[in-house]
Design a protein around this ligand. Structure first.
Ligand SMILES: *[C@@H]1O[C@H](CO)[C@@H](O)[C@H](O)[C@H]1NC(C)=O
Ligand SMILES: *[C@@H]1O[C@H](CO)[C@@H](O)[C@H](O)[C@H]1NC(C)=O
Ligand SMILES: *[C@@H]1O[C@H](CO)[C@@H](O)[C@H](O)[C@H]1NC(C)=O
Ligand SMILES: *[C@@H]1O[C@H](CO)[C@@H](O)[C@H](O)[C@H]1NC(C)=O
Ligand SMILES: *[C@@H]1O[C@H](CO)[C@@H](O)[C@H](O)[C@H]1NC(C)=O
Ligand SMILES: *[C@@H]1O[C@H](CO)[C@@H](O)[C@H](O)[C@H]1NC(C)=O
Ligand SMILES: *[C@@H]1O[C@H](CO)[C@@H](O)[C@H](O)[C@H]1NC(C)=O
Ligand SMILES: *[C@@H]1O[C@H](CO)[C@@H](O)[C@H](O)[C@H]1NC(C)=O
Ligand SMILES: *[C@@H]1O[C@H](CO)[C@@H](O)[C@H](O)[C@H]1NC(C)=O
Length: 700
């Protein structure tokens, strides 16, 4: 009754688990043309037509058996590219990833394929087909590093790379957890079901996690040899409690081998070894031992310190028969040829027993391209999502780089060059590009890029930037001039506008900005302006010098004349400057038609007019007196009644005008006097006027 209840609990446990696991299985039949459910397992397989655009579907010739998954395969070109399947995962969840390869047996084969498979950037295996009828299986146990993984096929050395199936199986709980899972995948090297009833491998649905448990009866080359004499196969139909850590399938635990002569010994080739490995042994006492019977044994070979001395007593270790005891070796270094021997202890009545074992190599996880670079590249790929170049899968750099990028050699790879000239890119340059700090070359010329340049000020290693022949607009950002390694900047035939940063023009770089009508070369303009300004100043200076020179010459000349006359005429007290000012102003007026007006001192005028006694006329401005100069010249002396006017020119003009109207006979002007607030004009005295007076009057 108790066992029945237990059975029911177990039964429902497995049904539940199977249901929950299986819905998350990803099973891809590569090269298949349709989706189907495989009746032998009940698993749903999907064609890779929708997820793999590369390669070709190939019908396998003479497939081994009628397993549905191996009727077709997908062949890829033998080139320097990689072909990747992108599988979505849950980050940090553990998975079993399996890729299988069955080439088939065509009538004549030149050379079977040999190529590489990668899981993300990590080299997974070299697939070397030697037997076309054999199914080559590669399994990797991983803790998903992100929300998707890439399984890539590449690097054929012979034949065409191909793949038959790709499977993703989520694991549960802490199955296959290791101390190193952040840095290492587990590359499964052997998983053997001892005492198997048939040569068939055990998988789903017997194993809810769909691991492949290979039968120890599968006598393929280098697989499992050198069985010790007296090895017996035993099995039970009783349930085995497998709820420990790795949950091996009950079916596997129900069979075992026993060393009836006290020893169990096997030899097994471990591909890609020597290496550090995670190893598991699965034991369950499936014989009903009598009370006087015991089964105790030790691992004699290989010698593993701390483990080899321990005595295994399965039923005791597992706390009961039909219960899993699962000693494992977290980190053991194993050779390519693994020879292992279990020997019974001297006090044991029964020989050693082994149900199953599993050995996985620690596979160092290789660094993928720096995430921020990938993010930027994805944004760029999204600008031309349908293009072939934008759909090269996998990591941009590993194992081979995308055709349009270059990568730095040291892990983690960084993108150093983007070459997308003339790739029909549309839209704006994505802002993510600013995080690609290792970028040295960016070629985006001859596309249809629009909008302004994004911030690229972090690209301090950028040497070459080609943006010509796009539709980019906006101003040239200042940071361009500050990129310390920039050697070449080509932006011709765009719609940039505004000022060119001065730093760009002063730096020693190849800089071409033709064909941007809105772009101003402020520095050049300034230079031109400076040149013009310089020239103008020069010309002005020369003119000024000439002007001043002539002025000085003239003044000297005038000054001389004036001084001569004043001196001749006696003690002029007029200061030189005032005199010269008055003279120049008078000369600048319209009064002078002949000769030169000069300063006449007040005392001379007083003398000539006999102290202004003979008045010959009077106007609103003042009186006009008759006078006779020392040289006998008769003059008319007009005094200004209002001496407050300081505007000499106006004064002169007005006086002249008034003189013309009221004294037509007063012309021409001989001299003037501006002294002691007196303003006096001295004209030649004309008797009764002349024809010349009239003409002159009109001219005035
Ligand atoms: C996996 O874990 C979940 C939650 O712990 C549980 O519901 C489910 O039954 C487990 N499946 C297996 C196969 O252990
Ligand atoms: C096959 O199944 C996948 C999902 O697993 C689906 O995306 C695809 O469209 C199916 N293809 C066909 C031909 O039904
Ligand atoms: C892989 O698929 C995931 C979603 O399932 C997607 O986010 C990611 O970009 C894809 N990776 C590549 C390289 O296409
Ligand atoms: C395993 O042990 C070796 C030697 O002690 C050590 O170098 C290595 O880092 C360990 N871990 C792995 C995952 O190999
Ligand atoms: C154990 O006892 C049984 C009888 O009860 C006997 O037949 C058998 O030989 C004994 N086995 C050993 C190893 O002593
Ligand atoms: C071993 O199993 C028995 C019952 O079968 C149980 O009473 C005992 O607690 C178990 N011991 C351990 C250490 O699990
Ligand atoms: C077991 O017996 C053999 C001889 O029959 C002896 O050489 C060996 O040391 C013994 N082992 C132990 C652990 O007592
Ligand atoms: C890709 O472009 C489409 C529009 O063309 C946009 O809706 C989507 O968000 C873009 N995806 C990414 C990751 O930039
Ligand atoms: C700019 O465009 C014109 C006309 O489309 C073309 O002739 C010229 O070669 C282009 N300049 C560059 C540098 O490509």
């Amino acid at each position: 009754m108790v066992s029945f209840t237990q059975f029911c609990i177990l039964y429902f446990y497995f049904i539940a688990s199977v249901v929950s696991q299986v819905s998350e299985f990803i099973s891809i039949d590569c090269g298949s043309t349709s989706n189907y459910t495989d009746p032998s397992t009940g698993l749903s397989w999907s064609s890779d037509m929708d997820i793999m655009k590369h390669g070709r579907q190939v019908k396998v010739e003479n497939p081994n058996g009628n397993s549905m998954q191996f009727q077709t395969r997908r062949d890829f070109p033998s080139d320097n590219k990689k072909y990747c399947y992108n599988l979505s995962t849950k980050e940090r969840r553990r998975y079993l990833v399996r890729a299988t390869f069955q080439y088939g047996s065509p009538a004549n084969v030149d050379a079977y394929p040999k190529f590489e498979i990668y899981l993300d950037a990590t080299q997974w295996a070299t697939v070397t087909i030697q037997d076309g009828s054999r199914k080559y299986v590669n399994e990797m146990i991983i803790r998903a590093p992100s929300d998707s993984i890439d399984v890539c096929i590449c690097c054929a050395t012979t034949g065409f790379p191909f793949i038959s199936t790709l499977e993703l199986r989520p694991l549960n709980l802490s199955m296959y957890a290791t101390d190193y899972e952040g840095d290492f995948f587990l590359n499964v090297a052997a998983r053997v079901n001892f005492g198997a009833l048939t040569k068939d491998l055990v998988r789903y649905p017997d194993d809810p996690y769909d691991r492949f448990w290979e039968s120890d009866l599968d006598r393929r080359q280098n697989f499992l040899v050198g069985v010790a004499p007296g090895t017996a196969r035993i099995s039970t139909s009783k349930n085995v409690d497998i709820r420990t850590r790795e949950y091996p399938p009950v079916k596997v635990m129900q069979t075992a081998v026993v060393g009836t002569e006290g020893e169990l010994s096997y030899r097994l080739n471990l591909e890609r070894f020597p290496a550090n490995a995670r190893a598991y042994a699965y034991f369950a006492e499936i014989e009903d031992l009598a009370p006087n019977e015991t089964r105790k044994f030790q691992l004699r070979e290989p010698y593993i310190p701390d483990y080899s001395n321990a005595v295994v007593n399965i039923a005791e270790n597992a706390n009961g028969s039909y219960t899993l005891y699962e000693p494992s070796y977290m980190n053991v270094t194993l050779d390519f040829v693994l020879s292992f021997t279990f020997s019974k202890t001297n006090d044991s009545t029964e020989g050693p027993l082994l149900n199953a074992m599993e050995i996985s190599k620690y596979q160092q996880i290789a660094a993928k391209t720096e995430r921020q670079d990938v993010t930027a590249l994805n944004a760029i790929r999204n600008m031309s999502a349908e293009s072939v170049w934008a759909n090269e899968g996998g990591d941009p750099c590993v194992p081979t780089n995308w055709e349009w990028v270059n990568c730095s050699p040291t892990p983690p790879p960084r993108i150093t060059k983007i070459a997308l000239s003339g790739r029909n890119l549309k839209g704006q340059i994505p802002s993510e590009i600013n995080h690609m700090e290792e970028l040295t070359e960016l070629w985006l010329d001859f596309n249809s890029l629009t909008g302004p340049l994004p911030d690229m000020s972090n690209l301090i290693n950028l040497e070459i930037l080609h943006l010509e022949n796009n539709k980019l607009s906006g101003s040239l950002p200042l940071y361009l001039g500050r990129l310390p390694n920039l050697q070449a900047l080509y932006i011709q035939n765009n719609s940039f506008s505004g000022e060119i940063p001065a730093a760009l023009l002063s730096k020693k770089i190849s800089f071409n900005y033709e064909g941007n009508p809105g772009l101003h070369n402020e520095a050049q303009r300034k230079l031109r302006f400076k040149l013009i300004l310089g020239a103008s100043i020069g010309v002005l200076a020369v003119l000024l010098i000439l002007f001043l020179g002539s002025l000085i010459l003239l003044r000297n000349f005038r000054g001389k004349m004036s001084h001569q006359k004043c001196d001749e005429n006696g003690n002029s007290t007029q200061p030189g400057t005032k005199q010269s000012t008055a003279c120049s102003i008078a000369r600048g007026g319209h009064l002078l038609d002949e000769g030169v007006a000069y300063c006449i001192s007040l005392s001379d005028l007083e003398e000539a007019t006999n102290n202004f006694t003979k008045k010959i006329g009077k106007g609103s401005f003042g009186s006009v007196y008759y006078g006779k100069m020392k040289d006998g010249k008769e003059v008319a002396v007009k005094t200004m009644a209002d001496s407050s006017s300081h505007l000499n020119k106006q004064f002169v003009t007005e006086v002249a005008l008034l003189s013309r109207i009221h004294h037509r006979n007063l012309v021409p002007l001989i001299g003037y006097c501006e002294e002691a607030h007196q303003r006096i004009l001295v004209y030649e005295y004309m008797h009764n006027g002349t024809l010349r007076d009239h003409i002159h009057g009109f001219l005035l």
